[in-house]
Write a protein that binds this ligand. Structure first.
Ligand code: AHR
Length: 510
């Protein structure tokens, strides 16, 4: 990590209020630590709760599911580089043949995993690909390894991708689609250590090799094969799967969620939390850095050229679902706290660009740390949506290395770094700096030194902040927490000085 926490800063922080002592950010504009792939800003839509039905799709007057224009417009405004589907755990229960052909002939099945509700397969391959086209995104399809066969998966792949004469291409044409969709990103199972089959890594590695063998290249479409990766800190999984199957893997898919509480007792509240809940969640968010460092080191031993992507295919906050919402639907509100965990996580991804090339926040609509929540015809953009929006400027830009005196945020005798940042330069030479101050009690002054360049002026600044830690948007007041113009940054004597309020995210263009 290039973060710097000098001892003097720690001492200083304990002697005076954080607001009195400027903290330094030194950005090197003459170097780059890599391009920030747009795929790090990926999304995820599972057949879970109201993510698909009553999320991306709604029923029209005839009772048919149609894509929601308002949701699509909002997501397009944000830009969706990729969309992972149909799960999640659902992927290893999903039989793609159920979701093709005339709607009235599609079977209704039980979504055993998520609330035991009826899945009538109204949304299947064709509908998903139509959404992909509308969003102008790249699909990531996750195949069924847990309860499907090699033949099922190979046929689905052929159905989607075969351009010429083949049994599955014929079936696709009979269902109204002439051309293949040319999907490259392909997951070979999901969480195969858990809901995807409770496998040992040794067994999964062998199964992976078998399933991946039959994803043949068709026309110009070559599979980018994504293996189930570890759960959080399960380093043995990465070691075994990379050792036994690494030569056939293009990406390995780590999943890691951030909870205030625990999986077994209480996950923590989305809205009704105190400063302890704020502090814990912020601290746990920062654990992502250690996970990426350690999994990358294991991968380096097997793949020193760094050919294989480390993908964070599911990440985000996971709270107790909202009281009164349907059990198993994982519907949660989203506050300023969630928004800042997102900016910190994106900052961490940007520190691992050599290995971490793709990530998907879970999930897009109405599920977990969503971008959008809907209620009938109404919809709102969550604070996390706004974080993603404020970070758009970094996508496909060159990351600039920096050293940051992160300072300390102390709570009841413990402390965690207070500041987090990303700096990048885009093709047009515009420098963007995002700074997050997680301290809910104290503002910070950050002195930014641009090595290799004199700061001349701040072109614009945006800020996301609020008085209360749990500020969120509601259907009655959907714009309670939205980015505002920020005037707290100025250039003084060639140096940029930023006054960063407590619990805030700022993005600046220089
Ligand atoms: O995102 C919700 C669930 O979390 C996914 O289905 C699963 O892969 C993970 O455990």
């Amino acid at each position: 990590m290039k973060y710097l926490i000098p001892l003097c800063a720690v001492v200083a922080a304990s002697l005076m209020s954080a607001a009195d002592e400027p903290q330094k950010l030194t950005v090197d504009t003459t170097e780059s630590s890599g391009v920030i792939s747009r795929h790090l800003y990926g999304h995820f839509a599972e057949h879970l709760g109201r993510g698909i039905y009553d999320g991306f799709w709604k029923k029209d007057a005839d009772g048919q599911y149609v894509v929601r224009d308002d949701v699509v417009a909002s997501m397009k405004e944000l830009g969706v580089p990729n969309l992972r589907w149909p799960g999640g755990c659902f992927a290893d229960y999903y039989f793609w043949e159920h979701g093709i052909g005339p709607k009235e002939d599609r079977p209704s099945v039980v979504n055993n995993l998520w609330g035991g509700v009826t899945e009538d397969n109204s949304v299947g391959t064709h509908e998903f690909m139509e959404l992909v086209a509308e969003l102008e995104t790249e699909p990531i399809v996750v195949g069924n390894v847990g309860s499907g066969t090699v033949e099922d998966m190979a046929n689905w792949w052929q159905y989607i991708n075969h351009p010429g004469e083949s049994p599955m291409a014929k079936l696709r044409r009979e269902n109204g689609r002439e051309d293949p969709w040319n999907v490259s990103f392909w997951g070979v199972g999901n969480e195969s250590w858990g809901c995807g089959g409770n496998m040992r890594p040794e067994y999964y590695a062998d199964l992976y090799r078998r399933f991946a063998t039959f994803l043949h290249s068709y026309g110009d479409t070559k599979a980018f094969r994504i293996a189930t990766g570890p759960a959080g800190a399960d380093y043995n999984w990465t070691e075994v799967v990379m050792e036994r199957a690494g030569n056939m893997i293009d990406g390995i898919d780590l999943h890691h969620y951030t909870l205030d509480g625990s999986w077994t007792t209480h996950k923590g509240q989305a809205v009704n939390f105190d400063e302890g809940g704020w502090f814990r969640l912020m601290g746990r968010t920062q654990e992502m850095d250690e996970l990426l460092t350690n999994h990358s080191a294991i991968m380096d031993a097997h793949d020193p050229e760094k050919r294989v992507w480390l993908i964070v295919g599911e990440w985000g906050t996971w709270h107790e679902q909202e009281e009164g919402s349907t059990p198993g639907f994982l519907y949660q509100q989203n506050t300023l706290r969630d928004a800042l965990t997102a900016s910190i996580t994106l900052d961490i991804f940007h520190q691992h660009l050599d290995r971490v090339k793709m990530a998907n926040i879970a999930q897009t609509i109405n599920v977990l740390q969503a971008m959008i929540l809907t209620d009938g015809e109404r919809m709102l953009r969550t604070p996390t949506y706004h974080t993603f929006d404020m970070y758009k400027v970094h996508r496909e830009a060159k990351a600039l290395p920096f050293e940051l005196d992160r300072g300390e945020y102390e709570y009841e005798g413990e402390s965690i770094p207070a500041l987090s940042a990303t700096a990048s330069i885009d093709d047009a030479g515009r420098i963007h700096i995002s700074l997050t101050n997680i301290d809910p009690n104290a503002s910070r002054v950050v002195e930014v030194d641009l090595k290799g360049m004199d700061a001349k002026k701040v072109r614009w600044g945006k800020i996301l902040t609020a008085d209360a830690m749990n500020t969120h948007n509601t259907f009655d007041a959907p714009d309670t927490l939205v980015p505002q113009d920020f005037s707290g940054a100025k250039v003084e004597g060639g140096k940029l000085v930023v006054e960063l309020p407590a619990k805030s995210l700022v993005t600046l263009e220089l």
